[in-house]
Design a protein around this ligand. Structure first.
Ligand code: AMP
Ligand code: FE
Ligand code: FE
Ligand code: ZN
Length: 296
């Protein structure tokens, strides 16, 4: 969000929201519900970017055609960097690229083991929770994540919103935190590029455990083919937008904006931040063309 609270590029046409989640990961809307909500919110170009999966793409594509929304198919890859997690958006990747798909499958499998370990640590400490309750919150084939633990605690009446669970038990600094396998950020950029896609760092300056992203890493990611930074995002204030703008000038990066909508799971509202049409054009031009933007 901009310092004034006004969405970046308010009034720009078409309305382009390049980062949203469905129940194929930790969003609460099904892919079809996500597209319907986007259409109702006036979004004209929507990207579906679930964590570590393309499982929502087909359902979203069918709904996008029905609702008259253009669809950018993408992913958000969790990357391990020192003691923090960096998220990389990959737009228009080939969903059949073996190396990228193998890496995402490995991450999803490790995420399941990790949730089971977190739940047993929490249950041992008296938090009323079972792994079966958590699994009941994960849609078939979806990427499991910490928000599903929160959803199980909402379902059994322990809390009312995911925020409470993250504050009390699920944060990166929590004693119940367990990591999962994730690729290193430079490797993730290379994988997205090799799959014909366009890599953009999601909310690059969100506060993480150890501060995370430094300029040297951004430079290395640029050398590997990084295309942009998601500058306009709820987790960024004026200082973070200025930092992203400085890096974009230095390395010739695109600056995107988006909501990071998660349905009822987060307070982020669709199109609260948006991307300029010429930036989307540059994203499309940088892709291999194997996966196209679906026009309504
Ligand atoms: P994981 O992928 O399992 O590491 O969980 C990280 C996800 O948790 C992020 O993608 C966010 O969507 C979500 N998350 C982080 N903090 C919060 C919060 N305070 N409230 C709701 N969701 C959150
Ligand atoms: Fe998420
Ligand atoms: Fe993210
Ligand atoms: Zn996200």
């Amino acid at each position: 969000m901009t310092p004034t609270g006004r969405p970046a590029d308010a009034g720009a046409r078409p309305v382009i929201d390049l980062h949203t989640h469905s129940s194929a990961s930790d969003g609460t809307d099904t892919p079809a519900e996500l597209v319907a909500a986007a259409a109702a919110a006036g979004v004209e170009v929507l990207a579906i970017t679930d964590h570590d999966t393309v499982a929502g793409w087909d359902e979203a594509a069918e709904a996008a055609a029905r609702h008259g929304v253009a669809l950018v198919r993408g992913i958000e890859i969790s990357c391990a960097w020192r003691h923090s997690s960096i998220h990389l958006l990959g737009y228009l990747t080939d969903p059949d690229d073996p190396p990228l798909m193998a890496e995402l499958a490995r991450a999803r499998s490790s995420r399941s083991t990790r949730l089971a370990r977190m739940v047993s640590l929490m249950a041992a400490d008296g938090i009323p929770l079972t792994y079966a309750e958590v699994l009941a919150q994960v849609a078939p084939g979806a990427t499991p994540g910490r928000p599903h633990i929160a959803d199980a605690l909402i379902a059994n009446g322990t809390i009312r919103h995911r925020d409470e669970a993250f504050r009390e038990w699920l944060g990166d600094d929590s004693r119940y935190y367990v990591g999962h396998y994730a690729p290193e950020p430079v490797r993730a950029v290379e994988l997205v590029r090799a799959a014909g896609g366009v890599p953009v760092i999601a909310h690059p300056f969100t506060r993480t455990r150890s501060g995370g992203l430094d300029d040297t890493l951004v430079e290395r990611m640029c050398e590997a083919g990084l295309a942009g930074l998601e500058a306009y995002h709820r987790d960024h204030g004026q200082a973070e937008v200025a930092r992203a703008t400085g890096l974009a000038d230095r390395f010739g990066l695109l600056l995107t904006g988006s909501s990071d909508y998660h349905g009822k799971g987060k307070r982020n509202r669709l199109a609260e931040n948006t991307t300029r049409p010429e930036v989307l054009d540059a994203v499309v031009a940088a892709s291999s063309g194997v996966t196209e933007v679906l026009s309504p």
